[in-house]
Design a protein around this ligand. Structure first.
Ligand SMILES: [Mn+2]
Length: 334
């Protein structure tokens, strides 16, 4: 597995984790299944090594992921974080999980990055280096997969709760083991998580069978906005603030919508544009096959993976953004 040097876990990263008693775990804002699963799994692993762990999240865990074991240990209080840091003194390490760049650490990133060592564990293709020591491997399906390997390297056992969180992390970032990032190693790790007691049908029902009627009402409105271009290879869909209001759904309910146009036979790239308030539009792109949407996202100062990427922009209308993204994607497809 470790034939490629970048796939080897840096020894300094392992040494810093062994060396610190107090560890703060962070992940990206608006965390997905991989971010949260990796965070809670790593917290559990560090518990078994006798560490004091502080899991910071900017916002409470979204209802989509409130079934994860250990969500209660997420702390959204900056005051509590500061107190933890004061009590830790010099004996501390920060860990940023699943963050493609430091902007994604959220509003308090400057405060977080002041504390050293700052360890970074990530698998984004568009990763922009930050922190003191990084382990970045874009060949990995998920940060969850990397946390599993790290547990082995640290000599830490994987509990049932930890296995459950890792399984959710891997399952969500691989689109239920469908995306091209799914490797034989991914499957070996998933198999071991099942040996530890995880039941795929249970995780699947939590992930995919518990939506609200408001979400379906919103989906109906959003599906009505589908437009195809570039010989039906690109599909656009958008969510406006008005739709959110009228359906009674929340912005969290939009999760997974971008996969709907992606499922069309002719479509190579699906794009979802979301009004997120304050004049901001969030753009998510999902590709099938060879189109590298991370490269397109980069043109707009965003990032991600080859098949899943995004960016945010300010002060433009949905139509304007759609035109600009359509141009960039058409160039990339031709
Ligand atoms: Mn991820």
């Amino acid at each position: 597995m470790n034939e490629n040097p970048e796939r080897i876990i840096p020894e300094r990263l392992i040494a810093e984790i062994h060396g610190a008693t107090n560890i703060v775990l962070l992940t990206h804002s608006h965390p997905d299944g991989d971010a949260l699963g990796s965070l809670f799994a790593f917290a559990d692993i560090l518990d078994t090594l006798g560490k004091n762990v502080f899991c910071f999240l900017e916002e409470p865990v979204s209802y989509h992921y409130d079934f994860l074991p250990d969500t209660k240990r997420a702390n959204t209080s900056l005051e509590a974080f500061r107190q933890f840091v004061i009590e830790a003194g010099e004996d501390i390490a920060m860990v940023g999980l699943d963050c493609g760049d430091d902007e994604r650490l959220g509003k308090s990133k400057t405060e977080f990055l002041k504390i050293e060592p700052f360890l970074v564990i990530d698998h984004h293709r568009s990763h922009r280096a930050f922190g003191t020591i990084s382990w970045v491997d874009s060949c990995r399906s998920s940060t969850g997969e990397m946390i599993y390997e790290l547990a082995q390297a640290l000599g830490a056992p994987i509990s049932y709760n930890c296995a459950y969180n890792l399984y959710v992390a891997i399952c969500t970032d691989t689109g239920s083991f469908r995306y091209e990032c799914t490797t034989p190693r991914t499957m070996h790790i998933a198999a071991d998580l099942l040996v530890k007691g995880v039941r795929p049908e249970e995780v699947g029902s939590h992930l995919y069978d518990k939506y609200s009627i408001e979400r379906l009402k919103l989906m109906e409105m959003v599906l009505a906005t589908i437009t195809l271009c570039s010989h039906d290879q690109i599909a656009f869909m958008h969510v406006s603030s008005k739709m959110l209001k009228e359906s009674g759904a929340t912005i969290q309910d939009v999760e997974g919508f971008v996969d709907l146009p992606r499922s069309l036979h002719s479509v190579k790239v699906a794009v979802l544009l979301k009004e997120t308030g304050n004049g901001l539009i969030a753009v998510s792109m999902r590709a099938k096959g060879q189109c590298d949407v991370a490269a397109v996202a980069k043109e707009f100062d965003g990032g991600g993976h080859r098949n899943a990427a995004g960016f945010r922009c300010h002060g433009k209308t949905i139509d304007q953004v759609q035109l600009e993204v359509g141009d960039a994607l058409s160039r990339s497809l031709s």
